[in-house]
Design a protein around this ligand. Structure first.
Ligand SMILES: CC(C)(COP(=O)(O)OP(=O)(O)OC[C@H]1O[C@@H](n2cnc3c(N)ncnc32)[C@H](O)[C@@H]1OP(=O)(O)O)[C@@H](O)C(=O)NCCC(=O)NCCS
Length: 201
């Protein structure tokens, strides 16, 4: 698919996972330097990224001619959320080259992921991102994801779990929001980033 000169396709063999690593690391510069959080997958080598995707994984790329300008992948995982139990497509390794951010390329990549997930007969896509990653959270909300859960930090940041129901969310907005907000409050009171310890212990 090509839109505004950007072509979205499944990663061809001539683009390596080392190239994907380079793009991830570059795209996350603002997150590291301005927003102050580090994402573990940006430190993985190409080989490790490929292993992380596993046999169920698929990787998509956005190209401006021969230039790699964006990427998004998914892998299939088993989840046990309060609202969804079973197989879920976990959208991971999402990045847009800094010179191309703000042009909604992430939505084009998201559409390609969504189409593939539907073809596999799955109905849910999750996206997990740092609480302070505003561009990603805005993009996900505009693409129909809802905040459903809040994760205790495993390193220097809290994570927000977002989910998209491909056949329509059965819960009213207030219900998913209430669950999310309650969990955020509870977990923020108990845990803080970088320590993974309960306050006072
Ligand atoms: C998050 C990311 C994938 C979004 O891709 P994108 O194609 O630029 O997304 P959009 O163009 O839809 O932008 C989403 C919102 O964030 C804003 N935005 C985009 N890039 C931004 C930036 N560098 N700084 C501040 N805001 C930014 C946009 O203005 C937009 O808001 P708006 O629609 O109200 O104007 C991209 O910014 C990126 O690669 N970030 C670094 C890697 C990352 O955080 N990946 C996600 C890990 S879970």
């Amino acid at each position: 698919m090509t839109l505004n000169g950007i072509t979205i396709m499944e990663k061809p063999d001539w683009i390596s996972f080392d190239d994907i690593h380079e793009l991830l690391y570059l795209a996350h510069a603002e997150n590291r330097e301005k927003r102050g959080f580090h994402v573990q997958t940006t430190e993985m080598t190409g080989e490790e990224l490929e292993a992380h995707l596993g046999s169920t994984g698929k990787c998509y790329v956005a190209m401006d001619g021969k230039k790699l300008v964006g990427t998004a992948s998914y892998r299939i995982v088993e989840r046990n959320y309060w609202c969804v139990k079973g197989l879920v497509a976990d959208r991971i390794l999402v990045a847009v080259h800094p010179d191309y951010q703000g042009k909604h390329i992430v939505s084009l990549l998201g559409n390609a992921v969504e189409k593939s997930v539907l073809e596999k007969g799955l109905h849910y896509i999750e996206s997990i991102t740092a609480e302070t990653n505003k561009p990603m959270r805005i993009a996900c909300q505009k693409d129909g994801f809802r905040n459903i859960d809040f994760r205790v930090p495993t390193s220097d940041h809290y994570n927000v779990v977002m989910l998209k129901w491909l056949d329509g969310c059965p819960y009213p907005r207030w219900r998913t929001y209430a669950h999310f907000a309650f969990n955020r409050l509870r977990k923020k009171l108990k845990f803080k980033p970088g320590r993974i310890k309960r306050f006072g212990k």
